[in-house]
Design a protein around this ligand. Structure first.
Ligand SMILES: CCN(C(=O)c1cnc(C)nc1NCc1ccco1)[C@H]1CCCNC1
Length: 338
């Protein structure tokens, strides 16, 4: 891997425009895992060889086997992480983790129990948190911080490209140390992260068509590379869905595919710029046996204070706006993705 120019690309796989993940190795000899590079969390976890056989989500994925790695160091401290969508429990271990060809000695979690929901639907094995150290559980130094302290990167930034075309290869790309001009046009517009030490910014409003409908007095937006959709306060999202004529069913909001071309843009006002998503960007069009299904890639999610209420901008936003996460200057940059 050429790190001589200080930037390291990692190709990502795109699963149905809803899951993007790349390969890392843990241990010697290398044990391979597919992980989500997730700016919404700051810990690395993968399923453990010692997970309970009753944990379906565990044995249907690659599992780390400490007994097969001569660079394994025991730790054993308990670990548990709660997501809105599920939870992970296990214990800490230490081993050599290789990301984009860069080796780091890393404390990570071996997951011994994974909630079936949502992880039986995961095409990835684990999650590699790209968040700030202050949100890391058990105070563990995150992978990217370990890489930065090796001074091999040209810049203390990382960038994410998510393809929207399932046939495009690669399905996406993570760059450590810089950006990849092949995947964006025009200039970056930057905005400072909030002092909370998270990948979140102040949003100045959300418009539907030309009408400012939500967050007019300002609110928080989390830029989360590990979330599939855009989420907002449930009341706001249900009002938004009503405006576009979407119906909520057990698997999310749906619209009649015949109406898709008439749907308005949804615009997020961030850092003095307007980031619009057209219906192509926010409708997941799936041709199924019983006919086409058009899912709106917005979900209602009420995050309790003090963190919430927040909007979370996920994969469908990042697929349209190539994103640079700048740890040196504590800012986020967006450029139009190609
Ligand atoms: C990884 C856990 N996450 C998911 O939203 C999630 C859950 N379950 C499945 C099956 N997939 C998920 N994300 C797929 C994906 C990959 C890249 C873009 O979206 C979130 C939890 C909150 C922090 N940020 C990450």
């Amino acid at each position: 891997v050429d790190t001589s120019n200080g930037t390291v690309p990692t190709p990502l796989t795109n699963y149905l425009d809803t899951q993007y993940f790349g390969e890392i190795s843990i241990g010697s000899p290398a044990q391979m895992f597919n992980v989500v590079f997730d700016t919404g969390s700051a810990n690395l976890w993968v399923p453990s060889q010692s997970c309970s056989p009753f944990s379906t989500a565990c044995y249907t994925h690659n599992r780390y086997d400490a007994s097969k790695s001569w660079t394994y160091v025991e730790n054993g401290t308990g670990f548990s992480i709660q997501y809105a969508s599920g939870n992970v429990r296990g214990f800490l271990s230490e081993d050599v983790v290789v990301v984009g060809g860069i080796p780091v000695v890393q404390v990570f979690a071996e997951a011994t129990s994974l909630s079936a929901m949502p992880f039986i639907f995961a095409k990835f094995d684990g999650v590699l948190g790209m968040g700030y150290p202050n949100v890391a559980i058990d105070g563990i130094t995150p992978v990217f911080d370990r890489i930065m302290s090796q001074h091999v990167l040209k810049e203390e930034v990382f960038s994410v490209y998510y393809s929207r075309d399932p046939k495009h290869s690669p399905g996406g790309e993570l760059v450590l140390g810089g950006t990849d001009p092949n995947y964006y046009t025009g200039n970056f517009n930057y905005m400072d992260t909030r002092e909370t030490g998270k990948w979140e910014v102040t949003m100045k409003g959300v418009s539907v068509g030309t009408e400012m409908m939500f967050c007019a007095e300002g609110c928080t937006a989390v830029i989360d590379t590990g979330s599939s959709y855009i989420t907002g306060p449930a009341s706001s999202v249900s009002a938004l869905m009503k405006t576009i004529g979407a119906q909520l069913d057990e698997s999310g909001y749906k619209v009649n595919c015949d109406t898709v071309k008439t749907l308005p843009s949804v615009t997020f006002h961030l850092g003095g710029q307007e980031y619009s998503l057209t219906q192509e960007d926010y409708i997941l069009w799936q041709s199924q046996i019983e006919g086409d299904v058009c899912t709106v890639t917005f979900r209602g999610l009420d995050v309790p204070p003090p963190t919430g209420p927040i909007w979370i901008l996920g994969a469908n936003f990042i697929a349209r706006y190539y994103t640079e996460f700048d740890r040196r200057n504590n800012r986020i940059g967006f450029a139009t993705a190609v």
